[in-house]
Design a protein around this ligand. Structure first.
Ligand code: AGP
Length: 377
């Protein structure tokens, strides 16, 4: 077992560090910078059918559901195609409205999650074709689907999903690119620019790992005794707040919540006091007006927290000197386009959860009460 961990103390830490490789493998052969084309993989659905989809229904559980939420922002932004995201465990019971032209999209690392498979069955019964984003080749979900986009993260052993998540985000970005092209929203020049940024992402994650790892280890010393944590983000950063909170919950047993930053004043502000660590996702893409606006709003949310003595840990973009003056702790990540920023932002949140759990003496790879894949409904 020690050898399988490749010198790391836990599988989870090994898998966190494998992310640059996992993303490279997931993108390998999937796009061409010369032609600007995207190749998704084994698809029984042709391009015309994909182009004609009226909407996308995503169903998934846990971390894969968070990837789906981020995917919604990617697809809606690049392809202007409406996307619904359901918890797979809820999908069947909400009496979904049949639409044969809606495409079902299942996201699952294992490909064997019972609720996700049940949602897929329901989608098929309603007349939809389904596509699976899956990490395990030949898994049930892929066999049942009309198309499979495999993530090539490699086996994930730690119960807390890390590299599978960033690989799912990568696959979703590729799917959004493809749909954007098919729907005439992305020309070759734009597509190639997005692909180039995607291919720079693994190296940027390497930088985040190198820089934020000692920072997170240090932060864990200060915060491992906290009773609760709050994670805040806006737009595509909100699902990353949810995912950061889930990582902390499942491996350190600290109660944590992810919230859309703008919702704080509608209730959760009442929780803030000097004992509450608040992790805020506050990166920005200077070239994107929507991202800049979101950033400005997030800054005012930070001020609301600090005014009530909450202890902020901000994730911000390199070169941002404003934020450091407002908060106690800042972790900087390289600049990128907003749609790819989740791939960088989640890394320090994974590391923070990891180091806190280790300090608390928790069983990081096999947290209590949890199984790697949930094959019962
Ligand atoms: C994530 O850290 C979890 N352990 C869990 O939420 C997981 O993502 C969920 O059970 C879904 O699994 P799947 O991707 O294999 O379907």
């Amino acid at each position: 077992i020690q050898a399988e961990k490749g010198g790391y103390k836990h599988f989870m830490l090994k898998e966190i560090w494998e992310q640059p490789r996992a993303i490279r493998d997931t993108t390998l052969g999937r796009f061409s910078l010369d032609s600007g084309k995207v190749y998704l993989g084994e698809m029984d659905i042709d391009d015309e059918e994909l182009a004609a989809a009226s909407s996308i229904n995503i169903a998934a559980c846990g971390t894969s559901w968070h990837a789906g939420m981020a995917g919604k922002y990617m697809i809606e932004r690049l392809a202007r195609l409406p996307v619904d995201v359901d918890y797979a465990s809820e999908y069947r019971y909400r009496n979904p409205i049949p639409d044969r032209n809606a495409l079902g999209l299942l996201i699952t690392q294992s490909g064997e999650t019972a609720d996700t498979l049940a949602a897929q069955r329901e989608m098929k019964n309603l007349g939809s074709k389904t596509v699976a984003i899956c990490n395990v080749v030949g898994a049930m979900v892929a066999r049942e689907a009309h198309g499979a986009i495999y993530t090539h993260a490699g086996p994930e052993i730690g119960v807390a999903s890390t590299k599978a998540f960033t690989s799912q985000l990568t696959a979703l970005f590729l799917l959004a690119l493809k749909l954007g092209q098919l729907r005439g929203r992305l020309d070759k020049e734009k597509s190639v620019a997005l692909m180039e940024e995607l291919s720079r992402t693994p190296a940027k994650i390497e930088e985040v790992l190198r820089i934020s790892s000692p920072q997170c280890e240090q932060l864990a010393k200060d915060f491992s005794n906290a009773r609760d944590f709050l994670y805040l983000g806006r737009g595509i950063h909100f699902p990353i707040a949810l995912e950061g909170a889930l990582k902390l919950k499942e491996i350190s047993y600290i109660h944590a919540e992810g919230y859309p930053a703008g919702e704080m004043k509608h209730g959760p502000n009442a929780l803030i006091d000097e004992t509450l660590p608040v992790v805020v996702l506050a990166s920005r893409d200077e070239s994107d007006p929507a991202s800049k606006l979101r950033y400005e709003k997030t800054l005012s949310n930070i001020q609301e927290v600090t005014a009530r003595s909450g202890r902020v840990i901000a994730i911000a973009t390199e070169g941002d000197t404003t934020i450091g003056q407002l908060v106690e702790h800042v972790i900087h990540i390289p600049a990128t386009i907003e749609l790819l920023s989740p791939l960088l932002e989640i890394v320090p949140l994974q590391l923070l959860a990891y180091y806190i759990a280790v300090r608390r003496g928790c069983d990081v790879d096999q947290p209590r009460n949890l199984a790697k894949s949930v094959t019962v409904e």
